[in-house]
Design a binder for this molecule. Structure first.
Ligand SMILES: Nc1ncnc2c1ncn2[C@@H]1O[C@H](COP(=O)(O)OP(=O)(O)O)[C@@H](O)[C@H]1O
Ligand SMILES: [Mg+2]
Length: 462
C-alpha cells in the first residue's frame, strides 16, 4: 500500500480521534481563555501527533490484510516485516491459522482420496446423479457396464429401463428412495436390482441421488432352480402315486373279483411303489451329500475294491441285457481321500447308466490309472489323481446335452429313463459326491458309438 493510500485510510480515524481536542479548543476559544491562532495550531498539532502515532498501526494492518489476501489466492508471499506488536500478533495468529488450515486441507485431501478409491473399487456399479438426472460420476464397475464416457449424460441415454427412470424421477422430485428389479439385455444378459437413494444434502459436485445396481442373476437363477426342483420332485412323485391310487380304485371296484387282473395290477403297483421309494432314496442321498459338500471327506478309499464290489453287485443286471462288465485295472492303485460308500454310489450310478443306455450284448469297459500317466484315460486333474473311465457302447449323447447332464432331473429322454427305472438324479449325486471329494467328472460321447464317463480323484499323497 502506498503512503498516499495509508494517509487516506488514516484521515477519518485521525479526524475522529481529534474531535474531542477540537471541541475543547472551541470551548476555550468561546470562553476567551485562548486566542484564535494558538487554538488552531494546538488542534493541528494534536491531529498531526495522532496521525504520527497511528500511522505504523494502520500500515501494519494494511500489510496483514494484503498478506491474508495473497494467501487466499494461494500465493506463497513472504511474511511482511511489521513494526507494531499488535501487527506481529496478528501475523502470528494468521500463520497459525494458515498451518491449521493446511493440515485440515491435507486431511480432507487424504479423506477424499480414500473415498474416491472406495467409491471406485466398490464391486457394485454406482452412479451419482444431479437434479437434472445427469450422471455426475460413475465408479469403475458402472463404467464397465455402461462405458467410459458417461459423465454429464442423462441417465436415460445410458439406462433405458422405464421403471428405473421413473423411480429416479420420483426420488429427484423429493420422494423417498426405492428399489426396482429389471433385466439388462445384452451379450451377457443379467438381472439387476437398482436402489435409488436421495442424499440428505446436495454434494458440492451437484450430486443429489445415488443409484446403485446389484447383480441378482445368480440369486434369481438359484430361486428358479429351487422352484424347478420342488416342481420336478413333486411331479416325479405324483405320477407313480396317481398310478397306484388308480389301481387301488380299480381293485376296489370293477376288478374286485378278477384275480388275474389283481395279480397284474399288484405287480404294477409294486413297480410304482419301488420307483417312488427309489426316488425318495435318491432325494435323501442328494440332500445329505449337499449338506456335507463343503466338508472334506475323512478316511481313505481303495477305488479298486470299491469298483470290484459295485461291479459284482451289478452282474445280474448286466446278464439280463446280455452285457458284460470288463474291469481293466492295474495291480494296485494309490489310495484316495474319501469315503468308500459314497464313492460306491458314484460308480454304481455310472455303471448302472452304462448298462441301461449301452446296447444289448455289448460290454461296459472300466479302466483305471494314475494321472499324469497317459493310460489313465485323460481328465484335467491338477494334482496326482486316480482316474477311472467307464465306457459303454450305446447310442451316445448329443453334444448340446452334455453340460446339463448333471442337473437334477435332467434326462435326454425322460420317458426312456422312467421306463428303465431312472430317477434323473444319478448324475447329480455323482457330481455332488465328486465336489465333496475335490474330484472331477468328464464326459465324452460320440453319437452312435457310446460314451465315456471319467472320474478323477486326488490321491492321498496328492
Ligand atoms: N451312459 C450313458 N449313455 C447315454 N445317456 C446317458 C448315459 N448316462 C446318462 N445318460 C443320460 O443322462 C440322463 C441323466 O442320467 P442320470 O442322472 O443317471 O438319470 P437316470 O439314469 O435316472 O435317468 C439320463 O436320463 C440319460 O439321458
Ligand atoms: Mg442313472
Amino acid at each position: 500500500m502506498t503512503s498516499g493510500q495509508i494517509t487516506r485510510r488514516l484521515l477519518p480515524t485521525v479526524a475522529a480521534l481529534s474531535t474531542p481536542t477540537v471541541a475543547v479548543f472551541v470551548v476555550l476559544l468561546a470562553a476567551g481563555e485562548v486566542a484564535f491562532w494558538p487554538a488552531v495550531i494546538g488542534t493541528a498539532a494534536t491531529a498531526l501527533l495522532t496521525a504520527l502515532l497511528l500511522r505504523p498501526y494502520v500500515a501494519d494492518l494494511a500489510q496483514v490484510a494484503r498478506y491474508a489476501r495473497d494467501l487466499i489466492r494461494g500465493g506463497e508471499a513472504a511474511a511482511p516485516r511489521l513494526r507494531t506488536d499488535i501487527g506481529s500478533d496478528m501475523l502470528a495468529a494468521l500463520g497459525q491459522f494458515r498451518r491449521a488450515w493446511r493440515s485440515h486441507s491435507e486431511d480432507m485431501a487424504t479423506l477424499l482420496a480414500f473415498h474416491e478409491t472406495l467409491f471406485d473399487n466398490l464391486p457394485e456399479p454406482l452412479l451419482l446423479l444431479n437434479g437434472q438426472r445427469r450422471i455426475v460420476r460413475a465408479n469403475a464397475a458402472a463404467r464397465k457396464i455402461f462405458g467410459r464416457q458417461q459423465q454429464g449424460r442423462d441417465l436415460a441415454a445410458v439406462l433405458r429401463n422405464p421403471d428405473v427412470l421413473e423411480a429416479v424421477d420420483q426420488v429427484l422430485a423429493g420422494e423417498p428412495g426405492s428399489t426396482v428389479e429389471f433385466n439388462l439385455p445384452g451379450p451377457v444378459e443379467c438381472d439387476l436390482r437398482a436402489m435409488i437413494e436421495p442424499l440428505p444434502q446436495a454434494g458440492v459436485d451437484g450430486t443429489v441421488a445415488v443409484l446403485s445396481l446389484h447383480d441378482v442373476t445368480a440369486l434369481k437363477r438359484m430361486e428358479q432352480m429351487r422352484a424347478d426342483f420342488v416342481a420336478n420332485a413333486s411331479h416325479e412323485l405324483r405320477t407313480p402315486l396317481a398310478a397306484i391310487l388308480g389301481f387301488v380304485e380299480t381293485l376296489r371296484g370293477p376288478a374286485r373279483d378278477d384275480s388275474e387282473a389283481r395279480e397284474r395290477f399288484l405287480a404294477i403297483m409294486y413297480d410304482q411303489a419301488t420307483r417312488m421309494s427309489r426316488l425318495v432314496g435318491d432325494l435323501l442321498t442328494l440332500s445329505r451329500i449337499e449338506l456335507q459338500e463343503h466338508t472334506r471327506p475323512e478316511g481313505r478309499a481303495d477305488v479298486s475294491t470299491v469298483l470290484r464290489r459295485v461291479a459284482t453287485g451289478l452282474e445280474m443286471q448286466a446278464e439280463q441285457r446280455n452285457m458284460r462288465i470288463d474291469l481293466n485295472l492295474p495291480e494296485s492303485l494309490p489310495l484316495v481321500a474319501g469315503q468308500e460308500d459314497e464313492l460306491a454310489q458314484v460308480f454304481q450310478n455310472l455303471i448302472d447308466n452304462a448298462l441301461k443306455y449301452g446296447r444289448e450284448g455289448t460290454s461296459v469297459e472300466i479302466s483305471g490309472g494314475v494321472t499324469p500317466e497317459p493310460s489313465a484315460g485323460g481328465g484335467e486333474c491338477p494334482a496326482r489323481a486316480v482316474c477311472i473311465a467307464v465306457r459303454d457302447h450305446g447310442e451316445g449323447i448329443a453334444r448340446e446335452h452334455l453340460p446339463r447332464l448333471t442337473e437334477r432331473f435332467f434326462r435326454v429322454d425322460t420317458a426312456r429313463s422312467r421306463r428303465l427305472g431312472g430317477t434323473g438324479l444319478g448324475l447329480a449325486i455323482v457330481k455332488h459326491v465328486l465336489n465333496r471329494h475335490r474330484g472331477l467328472l468328464t464326459i465324452d460321447s460320440t453319437l452312435g458309438e457310446g460314451s465315456v464317463f471319467t472320474v478323477c480323484l486326488p490321491t492321498i499323497e496328492g
